[in-house]
Write a protein that binds this ligand. Structure first.
Ligand code: KE4
Length: 423
């Protein structure tokens, strides 16, 4: 395959954008080489600027559960755009989408639309602090919730539970209000709460983690987080930006039988257009301006075109066979496991529904520490060898692969054949 055009476009992009990209992971930093420039997508396929086609397992990082450029979404977007792209005023469509979401996820009694997952989590944290009058927050190591300062924090050294900046430009003082706990570690979580009585405003968690690669929570861990936060008046925030409408028509919280106080959404609810949402208990959401004292705003919040895309996706998803999608992912992972073990390549494949990650590690992966055991060099080789055979994987070991309703059994066969050939 030649990538002449992509390489040329990358050089041009380097002139304008830091790292030549508008989001770091796109720069292929973890897998080396220069990124593909994508010209178009259709269904489960994308085509780059050199005319090479790929079966896509990134799907805009999970936003495109129906697939690329599905007709009903394209039609809805064009129609909405034709009536005006933004008014900075309320529209009926926002209420319609809110109605669908609150019916599908009953814990969301009231919500606010924003334009990204980051805005959703950032606002959920702010309203939790406003509602409780407390300052500290807890996040889990390996979970990613977007790039707001309070969440770009990593675990402090040793016993110190205070966070340290996870990025330049994040202040020490702000980081001290974020405590980072290992995922799936009930003991550590209990200890942190003991050390900080009445100080914690909220706990934010990916109910199924996808940003350290896919890692499922131990059910007992999630239950204990819910029980202890309830007991101590701590707001529990489920970051369902990836998991919302991914496993069934609603939040993964329903399947897990856990009711968070706030939920963050994004990606799927906008069908690939800029959207986010945060919502939950009425008494918390009513702290937000103009009702309450917590300020949050946005020029394009509830944007009519993004909302039209979301409504079209919601309508299409209602009739979809989620169990079939999950089965398709299961058989693809079974096929990959078989081929890896047949070629004596030790891997651990974590799958949850239509999300999965191939870790190049013989060990079970149940938190960020065990995820980091994975051989990222091997992952890069896997990434490039699959790319050369027309399979587009996430350009980082610590991301998830996403299946869509456009992926067919034939796509799975081609993917497995490509893996076999390359091994
Ligand atoms: P955005 O601000 O990127 O729309 O959403 C942030 C976010 C929040 N919560 C979860 C669970 C997320 O996965 C994300 C963003 N996901 C990454 C991919 N893992 C987006 C890709 C990127 O950063 O370019």
């Amino acid at each position: 395959m030649n990538h002449v055009q992509s390489k040329k476009l990358f050089q041009q992009a380097l002139r304008y954008f830091p790292g030549g990209v508008n989001s770091p992971v796109r720069a292929f930093g973890s897998v080396g080489g220069s990124p593909l420039f994508i010209k178009k997508g259709k269904g489960a396929k994308i085509t780059d600027e050199d005319g090479n086609s790929y079966i896509d397992y990134v799907m805009s990082w999970g936003a495109l559960i129906l697939g690329h450029a599905v007709p009903e979404v394209v039609a809805a977007v064009s129609k909405a755009a034709g009536s005006g792209s933004s008014f900075g005023a309320p529209t009926k469509a926002e209420t319609d989408l809110a109605e669908v979401i609150t019916k599908a996820i009953p814990s969301i009694e009231k919500l606010r639309f924003v334009s990204s997952g980051t805005e959703a989590t950032m606002s959920a944290i702010r309203v939790s602090r406003g509602f409780t009058g407390r300052d500290k927050i807890i996040k889990f190591d390996g979970c990613y919730h977007g790039h707001c300062d309070s969440l770009l924090v990593k675990a402090g050294s040793g016993a110190a539970t205070q966070g340290i900046p996870g990025s330049a430009g994040v202040t020490r003082s702000l980081s001290r209000d974020t405590i980072v706990c290992p995922y799936n570690d009930r003991e550590a979580f209990r200890k942190i709460l003991l050390q900080h009585p009445q100080e914690i405003a909220c706990v934010i968690i990916e109910p199924i983690a996808a940003n350290m690669g896919v890692v499922e929570p131990d059910p007992a861990f999630l239950k204990e987080v819910r029980a202890l936060t309830l007991q101590q008046g701590i707001v529990l925030i489920f970051d369902e930006v990836i998991t919302g409408f991914r496993f069934h028509f609603g939040g993964v919280q329903t399947l897990q039988k856990i009711t968070p106080d706030l939920t963050c959404l994004g990606k799927i609810i906008g069908g690939g257009l800029p959207i986010g949402a945060y919502g939950g208990k009425k008494e918390i959401m009513e702290c937000i301006a103009p009702d309450g004292q917590v300020y949050q705003a946005g020029t394009l919040s509830g944007n009519p075109v993004a909302v039209a895309a979301g409504l079209a996706v919601m309508k299409a998803l209602k009739g979809k066979d989620y169990a079939g999608l999950s089965k398709r992912a299961e058989s693809l992972c079974a096929g990959l496991r078989e081929r890896f073990s047949h070629n004596k390549i030790p891997v651990t494949i974590n799958r949850a529904g239509s999300l999965f990650t191939v870790f190049f590690s013989p060990e079970a992966v149940k938190d960020f520490e065990t995820a980091k055991v994975s051989d990222t060099k091997k992952y890069s080789k896997y990434f490039w060898s699959m790319l050369e055979t027309g399979i587009n994987l996430p350009p980082s070991q610590f991301e998830a692969q996403f299946l869509s309703f456009s992926h067919t059994d034939r796509d799975a066969k081609i993917t497995l054949k490509a893996a076999e050939k390359k091994f």
